[in-house]
Design a protein around this ligand. Structure first.
Ligand SMILES: Nc1ncnc2c1ncn2[C@@H]1O[C@H](COP(=O)(O)OP(=O)(O)OP(=O)(O)O)[C@@H](O)[C@H]1O
Ligand SMILES: [Mg+2]
Length: 402
């Protein structure tokens, strides 16, 4: 066997030491088993605002026993309602936003070939935002880096096997005929996850090794992923796909399987330039797919600025450049760069999972309000597709002005 020098051998030590640290972090963040728990609670005023009703309506339903009694309070502190309580209230009080039988599920690819633009952050936050809003969500981690899987509380190295990822379905020698096997419950009752781990990358290797008939293998996989997701999507309102930051088999298959596209990018010149490259590459790919007889159609395509720093004047300048280049395709409300998001990520969580602020109460509140507003833009696009847009204050003002 060939020798490895001591510096090269150091990489193995680093990997082992890093693995031990990941596991320590995971244990701090989660319960002793492989799942984390969800501790978020909602006060009655927050529930009323989410349901679009008065607190009295909730209290009356509790008195009438249509709803269970309010959660008991600990000494000096109200415990608040859980997400399951909230979902039950939506059912009982007829405030569920789920799609009607004739509305198509929306399958959104959160895609950009540039790495680190916030794809996984947007995917997980959007999933939890939509869950609080009462939708049924499936998240599919299509990236072998498995950031989204980690943010959902699964350690991809220890608790996810290759058999639990998309691999057995997308492999050249598939061992699964549909995707039902891969759907996992998460701490959120209305969010399911198809996890990923490093071994999902074998899908890419297999294609490279398949030689001459690579193209037909590719096209077969595109059709397969689309068919499998379409089949699963019947149980959900929104399916979110988090692909890897590269143009490979899986990214191409995701592009084709989705019926909507959300492109996150930060307000920096390198992100802007890479995104322009991504768009022109995507345009070429879509034309090639079309000429190969593979149909791609999107209900909406939008760009979302995913890390906007209010205190950095260069961000405002790049935002202006993006505005003039992309027009209304760039969603008007960006996600602000916030320590609350990166701190939550350190605990392998989204800001929707924090029971209390990590930083100051003000930072937390600002971050949540901004996240709700930015992601609300996507909820609105989903609902417009179903012909049932949300009536917002802004819409009322627009209507009044018209
Ligand atoms: N709005 C934000 N505020 C603060 N930190 C953020 C924000 N958005 C993303 N981040 C941080 O930026 C880093 C990269 O984000 P993320 O992993 O979501 O990007 P990605 O596009 O999925 O990356 P990859 O290309 O590797 O898949 C993470 O550490 C994340 O916590
Ligand atoms: Mg990612």
């Amino acid at each position: 066997m060939a020798q490895m020098n001591s510096e090269a051998a150091r990489i193995g030590d680093l990997a082992r030491s890093g693995e031990r640290m990941v596991e320590r972090l995971r244990r701090q963040a989660f319960l002793p088993d492989s799942r984390k728990s969800l501790e978020v609670r909602f006060g009655i005023a927050e529930v009323a605002s989410l349901l679009g009703c008065s607190t009295n309506r909730i209290r009356t339903a509790e008195e009438d026993k249509r709803l269970p009694p309010p959660p008991a309070s600990e000494i000096g502190r109200r415990i608040g309602y859980t997400i399951s309580d909230l979902l039950n209230m939506r059912e009982v009080l007829d405030a569920s936003p789920v799609r009607g039988p004739s509305d198509d599920p929306v399958i959104i690819a959160v895609q950009n070939f540039k790495g680190g633009v916030g794809k996984s952050t947007v995917t997980t936050h959007l999933a939890h935002y939509l869950a609080v809003a009462g939708y049924r969500v499936l998240v599919v981690d299509c990236d072998s880096q498995a950031t989204t899987t980690t943010l959902f509380g699964f350690n991809p190295h220890l608790y996810v096997t290759q058999e639990e990822t998309l691999y057995p379905y997308l492999s050249i020698e598939p061992t699964q005929a549909d995707l039902m096997y891969a759907v996992k419950e998460t701490p959120w009752p209305n969010v399911h996850l198809i996890p990923s781990n490093l071994e999902l990358f074998d899908v890419e290797y297999e294609l490279a090794a398949s030689g001459a008939d690579g193209n037909s293998v590719l096209v077969t996989r595109f059709r397969k992923l689309k068919a499998g997701l379409l089949d699963l999507s019947r149980n959900y309102d929104v399916v979110l796909l988090d692909p890897p930051p590269a143009l490979g088999t899986i990214s191409l298959a995701v592009m084709q399987a989705a019926n909507a596209l959300l492109i996150p990018l930060a307000a920096t010149t390198p992100d802007f330039c890479s995104t322009v490259q991504f768009l022109s590459m995507m345009h070429q790919v879509l034309e090639q797919l079309q000429s190969a007889g593979v149909e791609v159609s999107y209900n909406f395509v939008r760009l979302l600025c995913s890390k906007f720093d209010n205190n950095d004047p260069s961000h405002a300048m790049v935002q202006q450049i993006m505005d003039s280049a992309f027009g209304p395709t760039l969603l008007p409300v960006p996600i602000f760069e916030s320590a609350e998001i990166s701190h939550a990520a350190m605990r392998m969580m989204t800001v929707y999972e924090l029971e209390k602020p990590i930083g100051s109460a003000r930072t937390h509140k600002r971050c949540r309000a901004n996240m709700d507003e930015a992601l609300g833009q996507i909820e609105q696009l989903v609902r417009k597709g179903w012909g049932r847009p949300l009536v917002t204050n802004a819409a009322l003002i627009e209507d009044a002005a018209a």
